[in-house]
Design a protein. Structure first.
Length: 236
């Protein structure tokens, strides 16, 4: 049986100290920063993704050990494997089991790349035609990453022209204190633009003056330069 220890041993051997040092800075692991205390071994994301076919057969109890690793790349790899398992799930019961696993290990989905690599692939797909109330509960969490899961999950809904969850969450999170949430909200609003500009423009006209600057800039990134300027000057 494939074990977390076996995977960990192989992955750690791939580490590069120079890449690790860069990642420590990029993911803000210093004291008081959002990724404080996170540890990197230095492996590029494409190289982690190449390991998924080799390790996708790992049982969930062993995957859970990997998910709880102190090493960022091992947690990310565990999520890549989980996403693949979800994509291969053949029954609704299998999907629910994987979603339950994800929710039970949410404490270790604890940086923006971990959230962005998993939330919409797993929760987004599962909740597409189901009740979405858990996301509104997540948006009220004190934990930054749980709030980000709520918003990024809606990426899948947007692709299916379900915009209301994103808009509701953006309004709930409009006064969030974290810049990473401003970016997440603005990003999802920008994705609505790609699907239906009128929906976004209607929402922006009602809310843009209350938005944090970062959220607004992300949301209007694909608008024409002159329109962006008018939004930023409060002239819409």
């Amino acid at each position: 049986m494939l074990t977390a220890k076996q995977i960990e041993s192989g992955v750690l051997a791939m580490g590069d100290p120079d890449i690790a040092q860069h990642s420590q800075r990029f993911f803000k692991t210093g004291e008081g920063e959002y990724g404080e205390g996170d540890i990197f071994v230095g492996i590029r994301v494409p190289n982690l993704r190449k390991l998924v076919p080799q390790y996708k057969g790992i049982e969930l109890d062993e995957l859970g050990k990997l998910q709880q690793s102190q090493y960022h790349e091992l947690r990310l790899l565990a999520l890549f494997i989980l996403v693949k398992k979800y994509q291969l799930a053949k029954t609704e019961n299998d999907q629910k089991r994987l979603v339950d696993y994800y929710l039970n290990h949410l404490a270790w989905v604890n940086n923006w790349d971990l959230v962005d690599s998993s939330a919409h692939h797993i929760l987004g797909n599962y909740l597409l035609e189901r009740d979405k109330s858990m996301l509104y509960e997540f948006a009220e969490s004190k934990d930054l990453w749980t709030r980000r899961v709520a918003m990024i999950t809606t990426y899948r809904f947007i692709k299916h022209n379900q915009f209301e969850p994103t808009l509701k969450l953006a309004t709930m999170l409009i006064n969030d204190k974290e810049d990473l949430m401003h970016k997440a909200c603005g990003w999802m609003l920008r994705e609505i633009f790609r699907q239906d500009r009128q929906v976004l423009d209607t929402y922006l006209k009602a809310h843009y003056q209350q938005m944090p600057r970062t959220m607004l800039r992300y949301a209007i990134e694909k608008h024409e330069p002159e329109v962006r300027k008018m939004y930023l000057q409060g002239l819409i």
